[in-house]
Design a protein. Structure first.
Length: 79
């Protein structure tokens, strides 16, 4: 299985999770600030979370280490 790519855009405060390659046919906002992008076969291509810094504040209490590198965000492995 190919690893998903995760990007954080600080300027727009958006977290983007790329699930598979493809061209977006349409999108759906499934919750406030949570958008799913789909291809023409109705397969999810990506998840976009707007106002992501609010989510980071909520999950920081779980002590999940995050590493920021410009516009990318990585979760270190637990090895």
């Amino acid at each position: 299985m190919k690893k998903s790519k995760i990007y954080y855009d600080r300027e727009n405060d958006a977290l983007y999770l790329n699930l598979r390659e493809g061209k977006e046919a349409y999108f759906e906002e499934i919750e406030p600030n949570v958008i799913i992008e789909y291809n023409e076969k109705n397969q999810p291509l990506a998840v976009e979370i707007l106002n992501a810094s609010l989510l980071f504040k909520k999950i920081s209490s779980f002590n999940i280490p995050m590493v920021y590198d410009k516009n990318r965000i990585y979760k270190p492995s637990s090895k």
